[in-house]
Design a protein around this ligand. Structure first.
Ligand code: TYD
Ligand code: MG
Length: 472
């Protein structure tokens, strides 16, 4: 582990409010789970909150000072908000997810599995920001600066205002923020940070919490935007998720299917904007490229002429996205049935399957149901209900749905179809992509000229209306 003692002019623990390593006789014993962040007064080998083994560790906190300087309040109207206008990174899909860009003084936690492309995404963002002449510092606790430089040169020109700090010391990072005051600081990764004043190893619950808290405090003080890169555990959780999630302003997750080059950037929490937008990238030899037409990309390798496949028009944030939904229903005999889903919420799938059984009489008992959104994306848009229902019906009955049909409706418990939000934009997108028939709820009266609306009031009538348009 590299340290950066030479960079420190003075210990920052008093300034940034970090806990003292000295164990006062008055300090309370306090335990935290590294996996879920649950806190308790006693140690246990297994976290009572998340059941993780060997994740509970003692945290030593100095008792808070009893006498504080009196705080002075300030008129809210005296803040004009000019300091909190987001500035764009120039990476279009990143800015889309952030709602325009980074707010000064904001701290963003970027989480993702190892190898998914977090370092690449942040390096490209750093280059883009530094190209405008703004100072950007990459804190490289994970990789040597030479490695980072080699990657940066491979991706394109490297601006002079992009600097590297080869360091794992929390105090040194805070010191650098105070003296350099860069526009953007990227810490790769938060798990490598170590506050010297704390007697705990990097990646431990105590270090994660206190180091992140110190960086957040300094970012706010200096108005510096910070990205903290965080690894996820094998279950997809950030190590210490709740420890860090409440400390930072924004939590982004970067995901993708390893078998595909597509990558998705989503906001899980965002204090300065909505969490509905999705950034879509494609990992190429020259780095991550924004996917500007996700619908076309998702439908590129589409299967046609096979049962169990139907295209759905979803909305992610303000952008309609066409995706192929595939289902496979296979007989399992006496064994209990299994539901294997990719990109589709289990609760929605259970509802749709229950409606198919009860309202359509589909004999799904004794079958396994596999369903996925092709391309590795995921969506909790209720507008995918009908496509899922039709894909399952299509697979079970081995009937092929015509390739120019798109399905777009939410299913209610009575089997009724409801119009999802932004139906007009969904239908426009379907027409743009070459679809000529859309199965929609009866309440939808108009769509783009050239797109035939197959209006249905229930999922049963949607199945009926499909028969005449089944592919030969
Ligand atoms: P990386 O950004 O190092 O991932 P993380 O920081 O999340 O661990 O990305 C590593 C992967 O990305 C690796 O498998 C190689 C691939 N990659 C490309 O395909 N093209 C590129 O231009 C770069 C830089 C990486
Ligand atoms: Mg990395």
């Amino acid at each position: 582990m590299r340290s950066c003692g030479a960079l420190l002019s003075q210990p920052l623990s008093s300034v940034v409010g970090m806990v003292s390593a000295s164990r006062s006789s008055k300090s309370k014993r306090h335990f935290l789970c590294r996996a879920c962040g649950a806190s308790s007064g006693t140690w246990s080998g297994r976290c009572p909150s998340c059941d993780e083994w060997a994740s509970v560790e003692e945290v030593h906190e100095a008792p808070r000072a009893r006498h504080r300087a009196p705080a002075t309040s300030q008129s809210l109207a005296s803040f004009d908000g000019a300091d909190s206008i987001p500035w764009p990174t120039g990476v279009s899909e990143f800015d889309r997810v952030l709602g325009g860009g980074f707010t000064p003084g904001s701290v963003t936690l970027l989480s993702g599995e190892p190898g998914i492309g977090k370092s690449t995404l942040t390096l490209q963002t750093a280059v883009s920001v530094a190209m405008s002449g703004a100072a950007v510092v990459l804190v490289t606790g994970e990789e040597a600066p030479a490695q980072v430089a080699a990657r940066a040169h491979r991706l394109g020109p490297v601006p002079d205002s992009l600097a590297v700090l080869d360091c794992t010391s929390t105090e040194a990072v805070c010191e650098m923020m105070a003296t350099v005051k860069p526009q953007l600081v990227i810490v790769d990764s938060v798990q490598t940070l170590r506050a010297d004043s704390i007697d705990a190893g990097p990646g431990s619950a105590t270090q994660l919490r206190e180091s992140a808290a110190a960086v957040v405090a300094e970012a706010k003080r200096q108005g510096v935007s910070v990205i903290l890169i965080g690894h996820v555990t094998k279950d997809g959780n950030l190590a210490g998720p709740r420890l860090l999630e409440h400390l930072v302003d924004t939590v982004l997750s970067f995901t993708g299917d390893r078998s595909d080059d597509l990558r998705f950037l989503r906001a899980v929490k965002h204090r300065f904007g909505p969490t509905t937008e999705v950034g879509v990238f494609e990992m190429e030899a020259c780095g991550l490229q924004p996917v500007l037409d996700p619908s076309r990309r998702f439908l590129k390798d589409r299967t046609t002429g096979v049962s169990g496949s139907v295209v759905v028009s979803l909305v992610e944030g303000r952008r309609p996205v066409m995706v192929e939904l595939q289902a496979l229903v296979s007989r399992r005999g006496e064994q209990p049935t299994q539901l294997a889903l990719q990109g589709i919420p289990t609760s929605r799938a259970r509802l749709v399957l229950a409606v198919l059984e009860r309202r359509l009489g589909l004999p799904l008992a004794g079958h396994d149901v596999f369903a996925s959104l092709v391309g590795g994306g995921r969506s909790d848009d209720p507008g995918l209900d009908l496509a899922l229902g039709l894909a399952v019906w299509s697979s079970l009955t081995d009937t092929v749905i015509s390739s120019d049909v798109v399905a777009c409706a939410e299913i209610g418990l009575a089997g009724e179809l409801r119009a999802p939000a932004q139906i007009d934009r969904r239908l426009q997108e379907a027409y743009r992509l070459g679809f000529r028939q859309a199965i929609v709820p009866s309440s939808v009266s108009a769509g783009p000229t050239g797109l035939r609306l197959l209006c249905c009031s229930t999922v049963a009538s949607a199945v009926d209306v499909l028969h005449p348009v089944l592919a030969a």
